[in-house]
Design a protein around this ligand. Structure first.
Ligand code: GLC
Length: 427
C-alpha cells in the first residue's frame, strides 16, 4: 500500500513539474534533424521536460512575418525562437532579457563581443548568439583547373571565368550548366547579396551610422548603380533567368548537382556540398567574395547568423533559456561546426583541435573574413529594419528583372527610405 502511494505521489509530482516548450527552427539543409537530435539529448538529461521542434519557413522574410504574428497576438505558443542577426532591434520588446536567467552573465563574455553587442537592446540581452554567417564564394576547383583559370578576385574576373566555363561545359553537351548561381528572389537573401555587390564596389552600406552617431541614407550613388547594373547583366547570361526566384536552397540544388561553376552562399552549404549525395564532393573550394572596381572597392561578405531568443509570452521561460544555453555551449557549437559547417559564435571553438582536424577546418582560416563581414543597416534603421530591407530588395529585384533601370530604382528607394526613417540623404 505504501509503495502504491509513493508511486502515485511521484507520478503526481512528475506531472506537476512537467514542462513543455515549443522551439521554432529553420528549414534549410539539416536544420530540423539537428534541432530534433539536440532536443532529444536535452530531454534525456531533463526528465519532465518536453521540447517540440517546429519547422519554420525557409525564407527569413516569411519567418519574420510569422514571428511578428505570434508576438502581436502575445501568444505563448512558441517559447524559443531562432532569430536572425538583423531582428533584435525590431523584436526586442517581445523577448526576455536573458541576463535575468541562470548562466547567462557567466557565459556572455565567451561569445564574439560584436554579436553580443548586436543582440543587446537597451542593456537587455535579447538573444544568445547561436551561429554566425558570412557570404562566401564557392568555386569548382576541378573546372578552374580544366580551363586554366584561377579563383576570381574581382566581379569582372568572375563574370569572364563563369562565361568561359559555361561555354565550355555546354559545348561538351551539358545544356543545364550555368556560370554563377546566387539568391535573386525578392526577400531578405537578396538584401544580403545586393549589399555585397554594392559595398564591394565602393557603394556604401545603404544607411550608415556616422561618427557622431547620426544616420545617413547613402544608397543613391554611382558605384551602387554600377554594381546593380553588373548584377542585372548576369541574369540570362551566366545565371539562369530563374535566378530572380532563387533562394539559398535553389542555388545549392543547381550547384550540388554539378551544374554551376560558382555559387554565392553561406557556410552551411559547405558540409552539404561534401555530403555523400553531392556530385561536387571534394571538387570545390571557398573564397572571399570578389571585389568591385569602383573607388573604395573591397571584399564584402554580408554578416548573417542566428540567435536564440525566448518569448516574453512563454509560460516556461526558464526551460527555454536553459535549453538555449545548452544549444550554444562549447560542445554543441563544435558539433554544429563539424557536422553542419555552421560558424561558432564562441571564440574558443575556432581553436579547438577537434575543429582543426575536421572537414570544417576552413573556418579557422576564414576567421578574418567572417569578422570583417559587412552588417546590414539593422541597427541604423531599427525598429524599421524589416521595412527598410523590403524597400531595398524590391528595388534591386526590379532592376534584376529589367522592370526598372538602376538609376531610377535607387532614386525611388532613396525617397522611400527618407520617408520611412526621416534621415537625411548623402547628397
Ligand atoms: C542566412 C543568414 C541570415 C540571412 C538569411 C537570408 O540565414 O544567416 O542572416 O538573413 O540567410 O536569406
Amino acid at each position: 500500500m505504501k509503495k502504491v502511494f509513493l508511486a502515485l505521489a511521484a507520478a503526481i509530482l512528475a506531472f506537476a513539474s512537467a514542462q513543455e516548450i515549443n522551439y521554432i527552427t529553420g528549414n534549410r539543409g539539416s536544420d530540423v534533424d539537428y534541432a530534433t537530435r539536440k532536443a532529444q539529448e536535452y530531454m534525456a538529461d531533463h526528465p519532465g521536460v518536453t521540447i517540440n521542434v517546429i519547422q519554420g519557413p525557409e525564407s527569413a522574410t516569411d519567418r519574420a512575418q510569422q514571428y511578428l504574428q505570434f508576438f502581436e497576438a502575445q501568444s505563448g505558443e512558441v517559447d524559443l525562437f531562432e532569430i536572425d542577426v538583423i531582428w533584435p532591434g525590431d523584436m526586442a520588446e517581445h523577448l526576455v532579457n536573458l541576463y535575468d536567467y541562470a548562466g547567462y552573465n557567466e557565459a556572455a563574455p565567451d561569445f564574439f563581443p560584436a554579436i553580443v553587442a548586436n543582440n543587446t537592446v537597451d542593456g537587455r540581452l535579447v538573444g544568445i548568439p547561436y551561429f554566425t554567417d558570412a557570404g562566401l564564394l564557392y568555386y569548382r576547383q576541378d573546372l578552374l583547373d580544366k580551363y586554366s583559370l584561377s579563383v576570381p578576385t574581382t566581379w569582372d574576373e568572375l563574370t569572364a571565368a563563369a562565361q568561359t566555363i559555361q561555354d565550355g561545359e555546354r559545348a561538351e553537351g551539358n545544356p543545364d550548366f550555368w556560370g554563377f548561381v546566387w539568391q535573386g528572389n525578392a526577400y531578405e537573401g537578396l538584401t544580403c547579396d545586393a549589399l555585397e555587390w554594392v559595398a564591394s564596389n565602393g557603394g556604401g552600406e545603404i544607411v550608415e551610422v556616422q561618427e557622431d552617431g547620426s544616420k545617413l541614407i547613402t544608397i543613391n550613388n554611382e558605384n551602387a548603380i554600377a554594381a546593380l547594373e553588373k548584377a542585372a547583366s548576369w541574369v540570362g547570361t551566366i545565371s539562369p533567368n530563374g535566378v530572380t526566384g532563387y533562394q539559398e536552397e535553389d542555388a545549392r540544388e543547381v550547384w550540388q548537382s554539378g551544374n554551376a561553376a560558382f555559387m554565392r552562399n553561406w557556410p552551411y552549404a559547405y558540409s552539404l556540398g561534401n555530403g555523400e549525395d553531392s556530385a561536387v564532393a571534394g571538387k570545390f573550394g571557398v573564397a572571399a567574395l570578389p571585389m568591385g572596381s569602383g573607388e573604395g572597392a573591397r571584399n564584402a561578405g554580408t554578416l548573417g547568423g542566428w540567435q536564440l531568443a525566448v518569448s516574453k509570452y512563454s509560460a516556461n521561460p526558464e526551460v527555454a533559456a536553459d535549453f538555449a544555453l545548452f544549444l550554444t555551449n562549447h560542445e554543441n557549437q563544435l558539433d554544429n561546426a563539424i557536422t553542419r559547417s555552421l560558424l561558432p559564435t564562441r571564440t574558443a571553438v575556432y581553436e579547438d583541435q577537434a575543429l582543426l582536424d575536421s572537414g570544417s577546418a576552413f573556418m579557422a582560416e576564414f576567421l578574418p573574413v567572417f569578422q570583417g563581414a559587412v552588417a546590414r543597416p539593422s541597427t541604423a534603421t531599427a525598429p524599421n529594419y524589416l521595412q527598410a530591407s523590403q524597400y531595398f530588395f524590391s528595388a534591386v529585384h526590379s532592376v534584376l528583372t529589367g522592370e526598372e533601370d538602376a538609376e531610377t530604382a535607387l532614386a525611388l528607394l532613396e525617397l522611400d527610405l527618407e520617408s520611412l526613417t526621416g534621415f537625411p540623404t548623402a547628397q
